[in-house]
Design a protein around this ligand. Structure first.
Ligand SMILES: [Zn+2]
Length: 459
């Protein structure tokens, strides 16, 4: 039998079919997501307890940083403090892309403001370098204002060494260290005022962000990260608490929130996904240090600068030391029956603050190097089946290599399994959607993994 000749058209069709089936069978290999990013290791190593200690000492040296304290002096009061923070950030950011500015507004008289007062945040922005990612922002904050027992007392010495010179110093150190590096997304290092007077500085920035449609993909506040000694004297310098809100407590539930709750996803809110990512990356780069995720927005009776961001629908978390000593917070400086009250510099542990700053740095760097969390993630629920099909939109970043599906049992808090599915927008897993929670992550060519997105049901 003579050998059959294949026409060029048929050959082309057969080759295309073969290529298609090869891609279907053999997904291109995953980038190495276990690889530690050298840039993140450098950042973590460069964070210096010595510099953090010097920043705290300088801040305490302004006597009081009460929001209504004087602003004329160059040595005392909140005006001197913010001018110093700004000049220090400008000095250490010189020669880098870091942009330092005041963000100011006048607060009218209110419960904790007795005369119209200028509230000034110091904001240092490190613009992202990737076109598709530079409009995605990650914010890290600490508050530089301080107080004593009477929240309206703006003249007494209020060192605020822990609450919150510790967080302010950590943010300054992170800005100075990270400004020397490049990130795809934009980082915003913020020291805010008037936290103690009702979160006014952070609220102003968060409201402006929402008004200007800014894409704040994550926010951390560092508030009271200074001490590793509890009120009973026990030292625990091996962990930090990370407070993470679930479903936003709004009176009128949005459609998104209602769907989240209806599918059991109340622990898969934006803030919870950010907390999972932060714990994973923080513990990966800062060895022997635990990020203890707490499933509530803050401690009882307390609040912080993450809350105005939560109010605006952004993902926001709070870092705080493991066990606080309340006799060292919001107190008039005094000694009673041999017990020392006050937020004094001697109660801080600078190696501890540095560890918390490193966790922040590792998480921020990994967020700003990685793609955004995938959008439009849906779980097909049009038919009753025991497998699970997920679909999602392609990410905009040019360096995305593909996607990864993660899952956990419904009673578990952190991801337990993962599957690399390649550069596709749909995948079916032989697992029942009824029994697990899924998430979809984008992975770039260097192995940087995004925060996971919870799928909404698609009927
Ligand atoms: Zn505070």
């Amino acid at each position: 039998m003579p050998h059959a000749r294949i026409s060029p058209r048929l050959l082309a069709a057969l080759l295309a079919l073969a290529a298609g089936s090869a891609a279907a069978q053999g997904t291109p290999a995953s980038p190495d997501i276990k690889r530690q990013q050298p840039q993140i290791n450098k950042i973590v190593a460069e964070v210096s307890p010595k510099r953090i200690e010097a920043y705290v000492a300088k801040l305490v040296g302004f006597g009081t940083r009460h929001t209504m304290s004087e602003t004329e002096s160059d040595t005392r009061g909140i005006g001197a403090a913010r001018r110093w923070i700004k000049s220090e950030l400008e000095r250490c950011g010189a020669g880098t892309a870091l942009q330092v500015a005041f963000d100011s507004h006048v607060a009218p008289v209110s419960a904790r403001i007795s005369r119209p007062t200028e509230i000034v945040n110091v904001v240092a922005t490190l613009p992202g370098t990737q076109d598709a990612a530079k409009d995605r922002l990650y914010v890290v904050s600490g508050h530089y204002d301080s107080r004593v027992s009477d929240v309206m007392n703006y003249t007494a010495d209020a060192p605020g060494a822990n609450d919150d010179a510790s967080g302010t110093a950590a943010v300054m150190e992170l800005a100075c260290v990270m400004a020397k590096y490049k990130f795809d997304a934009t980082l915003v290092f913020m020291t805010v005022a008037a936290e103690e007077q009702g979160l006014l500085g952070a609220r102003h920035w968060a409201e402006q962000a929402r008004k200007n449609n800014l894409n704040v993909a994550g926010m951390f506040t560092n508030d009271i990260i200074g001490s590793s000694t509890a009120d009973n004297g026990k030292v625990d310098n091996k962990q930090v608490r990370l407070f993470s809100q679930s479903v936003p407590a709004t009176r009128e539930m949005s459609d998104a929130v209602r769907q989240l709750v209806a599918t059991g996803g109340d622990s898969d809110s934006l803030s919870r996904q950010l907390a999972r990512h932060t714990k994973e990356q923080g513990e990966r780069y800062v060895k022997g240090f635990k990020v203890s995720v707490i499933h509530r927005s803050d401690r009882y009776l307390r609040g912080g600068d993450h809350m105005p961001f939560l109010e605006q629908g952004y993902a926001a978390l709070r870092f705080t030391e493991p066990a606080e000593d309340f006799s060292h917070q919001h107190q008039d400086l005094r000694t009673e029956n041999g017990k020392v009250y006050g937020d004094l510099i001697k109660f801080n542990d600078y190696d501890y603050i540095a560890k918390v700053a490193r966790v922040n740095g590792a998480a921020l760097a990994s967020l700003a190097l990685a793609p955004a969390a995938p959008q439009g993630v849906k779980l097909r629920t049009d038919k009753l089946t025991n497998d699970s099909t997920l679909v999602w939109q392609a990410n905009p970043e040019p360096d995305v290599a593909g996607y990864r599906i993660v899952w956990r049992e419904t009673t578990a808090s952190f991801w337990q399994g993962a599957k690399w599915v390649g550069n596709v927008q749909e995948a079916t897993l032989d697992m029942s959607k009824d029994n697990v929670f899924f998430g979809v992550q984008a992975v770039d060519k260097d192995g940087n993994v995004s925060v996971a997105t919870y799928p909404m049901p698609q009927r």
